[in-house]
Design a protein around this ligand. Structure first.
Ligand code: F6R
Length: 266
């Protein structure tokens, strides 16, 4: 795991976009794992802008989202499919046939979860998985106690997550209590991952996930086990970390970050 602390949320989103762009330029048919949520909106704005102004080409890319609410059809404005269309897919040149989310209204939800896993494998696995973090420490909707080897499945959301997301619904009571989510084990199999977190309200959980012990009570802590996870933060989200000097040192000295240093040195 590496931690990069940017000066602000805009730079954190911009660095995340740079890393996605680098992989996409090297491998135009990359498989990109996507997240939803407020934190991702700036990043998707930046990717859309790079497509519109600099021709960043998504025509061969394939995407798999982490999760979808159970009971919401794709056409529901609160579904994650609708979110993705609005914030990214309708603004870039991706072929929507190559964009996958779990079907939250499938008749047989367990079969849907198994088929989702199989499809990820059919596409050769995920090259780059993008993650946010919930205040419960979830990645995707892997709420506390999610097995570290879990696969795509149905999960009941915690009251904390419902409190976090229900204000986005016209009627907060309409927020589903369950979702389909990729498992922690599924996420751990991605070749590379970026966990993007910004804002003071993420500082406590980031400190636990990054510097605390790996535990099923905080799914994001499992990213300590990932082969190549880059945690990208703004200063607010990094505020409770103890070893920030060390993280800055790595960013200043690791050759991989040389091309980014001048732009993002905090
Ligand atoms: C949703 C997802 C979640 C969010 C997390 C943070 O697809 O993956 O793990 O990333 O709940 O959400 P925001 O950014 O709204 O704080």
């Amino acid at each position: 795991m590496e931690v990069i602390i940017c000066r602000n949320a805009d730079e954190a989103a911009s660095l995340s976009a740079d890393l996605i762009e680098d992989v996409l330029r090297q491998k135009p048919n990359m498989t990109l794992g996507l997240a939803t949520g407020r934190t991702m909106e700036d990043l998707y704005d930046k990717l859309a802008e790079r497509h519109q102004k600099a021709g960043l080409d998504f025509s061969l890319a394939v995407t798999f989202n982490l999760d979808e609410y159970i009971g919401l059809p794709a056409e529901d404005p609160n579904s994650y499919r609708a979110y993705m269309n609005r914030h990214l897919f309708d603004r870039i040149n991706i072929d929507k046939c190559n964009t996958f989310l779990p079907n939250g209204v499938a008749e047989d939800l367990d079969a849907e979860c198994a088929a989702y896993e199989a499809r990820i494998l059919d596409y050769g696995g995920i090259d780059l998985q993008l993650l946010g973090i919930g205040r419960t420490g979830h990645i995707g909707f892997n709420e506390p106690l999610s097995a570290l080897q879990s696969r795509t499945r149905c999960k009941t959301l915690t009251p904390g997550t419902i409190a976090q997301n229900s204000p986005l619904f016209d009627n907060p009571e309409d927020m589903p209590r369950r979702a389909i989510t990729m498992g922690v084990g599924t996420i751990l199999e991605s070749q590379r991952s970026i966990l993007l977190a910004t804002g003071t309200e993420k500082a406590d959980i980031i400190a636990k996930a990054v510097e605390g012990p790996m535990t099923a009570m905080i799914s994001a802590s499992a990213m300590q086990w990932h082969q190549k996870c880059t945690v990208i933060l703004d200063e607010a989200a990094s505020a409770k970390l103890e070893h920030t000097d060390y993280y800055h040192w790595i960013f200043q000295n690791e050759p991989e970050w040389e091309p980014y240093r001048a732009k993002y040195s905090a």
